[in-house]
Write a protein that binds this ligand. Structure first.
Ligand code: SAM
Length: 462
């Protein structure tokens, strides 16, 4: 069921995306009506959250089943504190990915909106739709006399137009559920040191899923399914030296180190200094010592000096067994996302940077090494077209099959052959059974299709 309007985009961006999803090769293959229908489903799907929560379990610290049971106990305790009903928490292992647990999301649920409104930023609103409570920094407006204990409706300022500390915002906002204020208005906006922690505890969210705040922090990590697939596709082995070129906040870096049983070295680079602390904090929380994080521009990560053993960047060519380039991108696959105010120029600005990073990645990789390129966007220009460019620019690269391959194949339109497209993995969210009226397939089957938009390519350097 669709409760929110389609993602709102600038008309020039909608036109661009339509030209991508209705490109000539696609039209020849499926026809205009089917291509338009898929495109419209995509736009609807992007504004809604996936129908399950994906948790990566720290199987380097404990067996999956033990983590599953502990998580069940923790979530039960959480529910007993917030509700008198005995609701059992369903936690299912993924049939093909050995460190993934899936938890169904209950929603959309009919929840009545109240007169008292707290407005939160779009990012906070999206987090609420995925099970989070509202944290104080996410609040942008509240009723004038709000006191701790008041019951309020939470609305997301989807276009980021609300002035901080407003009392009555009339702009575009979307209702995401009801909660109880944990703090007075004065502690949010009027003090030198604003309150931290939970600002509104959600009691009636439109999409109900457990809040993971403080739940088994070393044993579970919230991560979108395709992001977990990336780690497995890279296939790091204990003792190897791996480079994660665009690593913050470090979800994939930590997964790579965990898959290596923390043996070897994972070098994590990111250009933004304060994000390096997030990588280090995540590594510490998951008890991973093989991660070395540096603030560095990865386009400059290849040293021109003669080869020397270097701990930090820049590195001599051919320093790494495997390289992950989880590239900065237009992010149009993120869900739920109700509005993107970017211009077409901004959406199209990433291709040159991704190519610069790709050049560095290929040089830093050993011969015989593996390079994985991934994005969380749906455009051809940042995905299949980059693959076609890379194969043309670097004759030493060939595409490799991916394991697991649970997404769809690559999209038509970039001139890749059917064999090449089959080697690519594109996660293309589609609103499926709910809209078409079919019965929903069981969660583990549904999970592979109901993801964020994502793309993965795996190369061998010959
Ligand atoms: N791999 C991360 C994870 O799984 O947690 C997400 C990475 S996010 C898609 C892209 C990251 O690239 C951002 O953190 C951004 O700061 C970083 N970035 C952008 N340009 C960069 C550059 N030239 N060198 C290094 N990092 C860069």
């Amino acid at each position: 069921m669709s409760v929110f309007p389609k993602i709102s985009l600038k008309p020039e961006v909608t036109d661009y995306l339509r030209s991508v999803f209705l490109n000539k090769e696609v039209l020849d293959a499926v026809g205009h009506q089917e291509a338009e229908c898929r495109f419209q489903k995509l736009l609807t799907c992007l504004s809604h959250p996936p129908s399950y929560t994906c948790v990566r379990a720290s199987t380097h610290l404990a067996p999956l089943d033990e983590i599953r049971h502990k998580l069940g106990d923790e979530l039960k305790k959480q529910q007993m504190c917030s509700s008198s009903e005995d609701i059992s928490v369903q936690i299912l292992p993924h049939p093909r990915i050995p460190d993934v647990l899936l938890l169904p999301v209950d929603g959309p649920r009919p929840v009545e909106q109240l007169g008292s409104e707290v407005v939160v930023g779009a990012q906070c609103g999206s987090a609420v739709l995925r099970g989070a409570h509202v944290f104080v920094p996410g609040i942008v407006a509240s009723p004038k006399y709000m006191k701790a204990g008041d019951v309020v409706s939470v609305l997301s300022d989807v276009e980021g137009r609300c002035t901080r500390a407003a009392t009555n915002f009339q702009g575009k906002k979307v209702f995401v559920g009801n909660g109880v204020a944990h703090t007075d208005r004065s502690s949010i906006f009027c003090t030198d040191e604003p309150a931290k922690g939970i600002g509104v505890r959600m009691v009636e969210p439109i999409y109900q899923s457990p809040s993971f705040d403080g739940v088994l922090p070393s044993l579970t990590f919230l991560q979108n399914l395709p992001s977990v697939v990336v780690g497995h596709v890279l296939g790091p082995l204990p003792g190897e030296r791996i480079l994660d070129m665009c690593a913050a906040p470090g979800g994939k870096t930590c997964h790579i180190a965990a898959l290596m049983r923390d043996q070897g070295e994972v070098v994590a680079l990111d250009r933004i200094r304060n994000k390096i602390d997030q990588i280090r904090q995540n590594a510490q929380m998951l008890h991973l010592r093989s991660i070395k994080a540096f603030c560095f521009n990865s386009t400059k990560a290849v040293s021109s000096e003669p080869a020397q053993e270097a701990e930090g960047p820049p590195f001599p060519p051919e320093s790494f067994d495997r390289v992950l380039l989880d590239a900065p991108c237009s992010g149009l696959g993120q869900r739920p996302n109700m509005s993107c105010t970017w211009s077409l120029k901004e959406v199209c600005s990433y291709q040159p940077l991704q190519r610069k990073l790709f050049h560095a990645a290929v040089r830093l990789l050993k011969k015989g090494g593996v390079l994985v390129y991934s994005t969380c966007t749906v455009t051809l220009a940042e995905n299949e077209e980059q693959v076609a460019w890379a194969l043309h620019t670097f004759p030493c690269l060939t595409l490799l099959p991916q394991e697991p391959h649970v997404g769809a194949e690559g999209m038509l339109g970039a001139g890749l052959s059917p064999e090449q497209l089959r080697l690519l993995q594109r996660f293309s969210p589609e609103l499926s059974w709910e809209q078409s009226g079919e019965a929903a397939p069981p969660l583990p089957c549904r999970a592979d299709r109901d993801t964020i938009g994502f793309f993965i390519a795996k190369f061998l350097k010959n």
